[in-house]
Design a protein around this ligand. Structure first.
Ligand code: FAD
Length: 392
């Protein structure tokens, strides 16, 4: 514990991946911690992002496989969607991951010594914020307010009506015709001439911006840029007692990054020797069909950086398990330098994100391609493909 002059040793704003992890880390170290959240515990990922969307992708995959099972000799009567039950399943998944409703999760956090303060946090001075009409002070502060959808200034958009990921994950009925504005995760596309489309719903997905508006950071003197809150390598802002973590810092917008940064910010806020964030090996998955996963450098980056490398490939058309499952599209590609170090790994396959694990570990721990190539993997599995790619 630090100075008692403040209500809390640490106040964390935002209960998403970054903020929740930061609060837990500090509470475990005996600090008096408050966690402020204006919406639901779990932030974007659990409530409107990663978890509901991957649950829906899984359900959509089941439907697809049921409808195409005849190629494997299976005959089902028509597979249909009961949308209300699908939404109920998504909700159950969210409750399970959160550990109950938002209120129940808040109660569990308070058992861990974290005071959850519902409401929107607004700075009134460098050490003070108003939350639900009360002024709360803290010795140190971590801002983890995440990001929100960009709404583009398109003429007629408001009149036509639109939804974002927030509404999309709980639509009461499935639209027959949907226009998606924004193609960030599109991996296959064809050229289309300009044309008019008549649709039932418009989904905006053109990108995200840091959630800063309600914070009044100027009252604390915290510097921001267009990307978000400016932080140094240790996640400290220009104001020495304020740190920031997760999407709000404008870095890679992933839950695994937010989690790690939240943990580090809480550690650094009380550390004698703050540590820099190590962002060298960060995996990236596009949950398309098949999924695209990568970590480290791309060939284009290595060519630009004039780094000598060799690219090794193993195609799933030659992998026994992939043949058995009829999932032969895609490949594993490794980029290896002269010393045998893996500089990048790329996988296109169903569940490519899961299969990336040995490559992430090898890169993180400095394990050579040769060692990966001599590691016995179980047969017949998709993961063998990583070994065979390393063996070339
Ligand atoms: C549709 C979608 C799918 C995604 N899928 C994936 C995926 O599969 N894998 C992955 O790694 N990432 C995914 N992401 C990204 C991931 O959700 C974010 O990177 C992650 O949630 C960032 O965590 P965070 O803690 O920084 O912010 P958030 O999770 O956004 O949490 C910030 C919290 O702060 C609260 N808040 C904001 N301002 C205030 C204030 N002034 N006072 C009080 N509370 C405030 C918000 O209500 C929110 O709960 C996805 C995102 C979207 C939109």
């Amino acid at each position: 514990m630090v100075k008692q002059a403040y209500d809390y040793d640490l106040l964390v704003i935002g209960a998403g991946a970054a903020g929740s992890t930061a609060a837990s880390t500090a509470a475990q170290n005996g600090m008096r911690v408050a966690l402020v959240e204006r919406d639901k515990i779990g932030g974007t990922c659990l409530n409107y992002g990663c978890d509901p969307t991957k649950t829906m992708i899984h359900v959509a995959g089941l439907l697809y496989h049921a409808r195409h099972a005849d190629r494997f000799g299976l005959r089902f009567s028509e597979a249909k969607v009961d949308w209300t039950s699908v939404l109920s399943w998504v909700h159950q998944v969210q409750l399970r991951i959160r550990g109950g409703t938002s209120e129940e999760a808040a109660a569990q956090l308070s058992h861990k010594g974290i005071h959850v303060l519902p409401g929107e946090a607004t700075f009134v001075s460098p050490h003070e914020l108003t939350i639900a009409g009360k002024t709360i002070s803290a010795d140190r502060i971590i801002v983890a307010t995440g990001s929100q959808e960009v709404i583009p200034p398109i003429e007629g958009l408001n009149e036509a009506g639109f939804m974002t990921n927030v509404e999309a994950i709980s639509l009461p009925t499935l639209p027959n015709r949907l226009a998606v504005v924004g193609g960030g995760a599109i991996v296959r596309c064809g050229e289309r001439a300009e044309e008019q489309l008549v649709v039932d719903e418009i989904l905006l997905a053109i990108g995200r911006q840091p959630s800063l508006a309600s914070l009044h950071l100027e009252k604390a003197g915290v510097k921001t840029s267009k990307k978000g809150i400016e932080v140094d390598a240790t996640l400290r802002t220009n104001v020495p007692h304020i740190w920031a973590a997760g999407d709000v810092t404008g870095g890679l917008q992933f839950t695994h990054v937010a989690y790690e940064q939240g943990k580090l910010a809480a550690h650094n806020a009380f550390a004698q020797e703050p540590q820099p964030f190590d962002g060298r090996v960060i995996p990236w998955v596009t949950f398309s069909d098949p999924a695209l996963a990568h970590v480290g450098k791309t060939e284009e980056q290595l060519r630009q950086e004039k780094v000598e490398y060799r690219a090794t490939r193993m195609y799933f058309k030659d992998v026994e398990r992939a043949i058995a499952e009829g999932a032969t599209a895609g490949l594993v590609k490794l980029l290896v330098d002269k010393q045998g170090r893996i500089l990048g790994g790329h996988i296109l396959a169903p569940r490519a994100g899961d299969m990336l694990a040995p490559i992430i570990l090898a890169m993180h721990a400095g394990i050579s391609a040769e060692t990966v190539a001599s590691t016995i993997m179980p047969y017949p599995t998709m993961i063998e493909s990583v070994r065979w790619a390393a063996d070339q």
